[in-house]
Design a protein around this ligand. Structure first.
Ligand SMILES: NC(=O)c1ccc[n+]([C@@H]2O[C@H](COP(=O)([O-])OP(=O)(O)OC[C@H]3O[C@@H](n4cnc5c(N)ncnc54)[C@H](O)[C@@H]3O)[C@@H](O)[C@H]2O)c1
Length: 371
């Protein structure tokens, strides 16, 4: 198969969909890989490294779309790319269709085959191509929180791990899923006093089994959250209710009881945020202060660490990309239900219920293409 990797052109996106190592794997399996010049620069991969791995470099984005049967990307195509996409071309990338109607309509119109990273789903309902970015964001949440607790950055001037003779900082984590677990590991490793809250008792049991002694678990409810945030130095928001807006677990009035210079990192901000006063910020301007509490609410945290994020993402996407390239999308999706669930728009039909419902569009079963 001919695979094309365009350079990401969305604002501030430095990741790339394939590493030189990935290009080499695809090449080994007999495929041809075209990479747009400088596509890997933002993540630290040079054109020379791609060439050495067996890929060919094309000078511009139009030539990549023109030649490729499968396009591998990170972010959804933006307006200037719509007209470059060809009928029957397979696009393997994040789409988040339900949040943007013009993108959905454009992909219906161009009759491409859109396989979305975010809806590839395992039998246990986990989302293998979202997990790596949650892992990055969870670990980064503690790094950022520790940073903003420093006095010159507006924090109360407390070191997360304390020192001998001085107590460590108190970290409260709302939600014990992927983000919350990774955040707990990092905060615990730095010596903080960590409490993690979740609604799921089995999840709390699991966390209680695997976490070190400086991580405690607590059932998530308003009473417990109100009690804990009075003493907290850093609060990390990491809840998710699939397919819904995050619930506001910390409301505006609750900020009043928090310590001056404490820090809130709301990782769930991309789903509306679980802290009422959080609104999305950017890496250029990541924080704001309300009631003397520092708020960090960057909606694309992994974007700040493109090297790690690219490797983490491509570790997860490459095995699927190889199946698609080896078998073609129809056979690959027929044989692997995880991939089949990734199909969202196929040759003009919306084949993912959530997308059809979001815009009141007719839904078609994808089975007619896989028969
Ligand atoms: N800002 C970013 O850059 C960024 C990056 C990656 C992920 N995220 C977001 O982080 C959030 C968490 O993602 P995840 O992968 O950890 O999800 P996850 O599904 O693995 O975990 C969510 C957890 O929240 C728990 N939960 C639900 N309601 C709760 C409540 N009321 N109180 C306490 N816990 C509750 C669930 O039981 C679950 O354990 C999502 O909104 C995701 O989109 C943001």
């Amino acid at each position: 198969m001919i695979i094309g990797v365009p350079k990401e052109i969305k604002n501030n996106e430095n990741r790339v969909a394939l590493t030189p190592a990935g290009a080499k794997e695809l090449k080994k399996q007999g495929h041809t890989v075209y990479v747009q010049a400088t596509a890997g620069n933002g993540s630290g991969f040079t054109d020379e490294e791609y060439k050495a791995a067996g890929a060919e470099i094309l000078p511009d984005i139009a030539s990549v779309y023109k030649i490729a049967e499968m396009i591998m990307k990170v972010k959804e195509p933006i307006e200037s790319e719509y007209s470059l996409i060809k009928e029957n071309q397979l696009l393997f990338t994040y789409f988040h269709f339900a949040s943007y109607e013009p993108l959905t309509m454009a992909m219906i119109k161009n009759k491409s085959v859109c396989l979305a990273y975010e809806t590839v789903e395992k039998a246990d309902r986990s989302l293998p191509l979202l997990v790596p970015m949650s892992e990055v964001a969870g670990r980064m949440a503690v790094q950022k929180g520790a940073n903003y607790l420093e006095k010159p950055l507006g924090g109360r001037g407390i070191l997360l791990g304390g020192v001998p003779g001085v107590l460590p900082a108190k970290v409260v984590i709302l939600g014990g899923g992927v983000v919350g677990t990774q955040a707990a590991w990092m905060a615990a490793g730095m010596g903080a006093d960590v409490t993690i809250l979740d609604l799921s008792l089995p999840r709390l049991r699991y966390l209680s089994d695997v976490m070190p002694a400086n991580v405690r678990t607590m059932m998530s409810n308003e009473y417990n959250i109100r009690t804990l945030i009075k003493d907290a130095d850093l609060v990390i928001g990491a809840v998710l209710i699939p397919g819904a807006k995050a619930p506001h677990l910390i409301t505006r009035d609750m900020l009043k009881v928090m310590k001056k210079g404490s820090v809130l990192v709301d990782v769930a901000v991309d789903q509306g945020g679980c802290i009422e006063t959080c609104k999305p910020t950017t890496h250029e301007n990541p924080t704001f202060v309300i009631d003397d509490v520092v708020h960090y609410c960057v909606a694309n945290m992994p974007g700040a660490v493109p090297y790690t994020s690219t490797l983490a993402l491509t570790n997860a996407t490459l095995p699927y990309a190889i199946q698609l390239a080896n078998k073609g999308w129809q056979k690959a999706c027929k044989e692997n239900n995880e991939l089949k669930l990734g199909l969202n728009v196929v040759k003009g039909d919306v084949v993912y219920k959530g997308v059809a419902e979001a815009f009141n569009l007719p839904y078609e079963s994808v089975d007619k293409y896989l028969a």
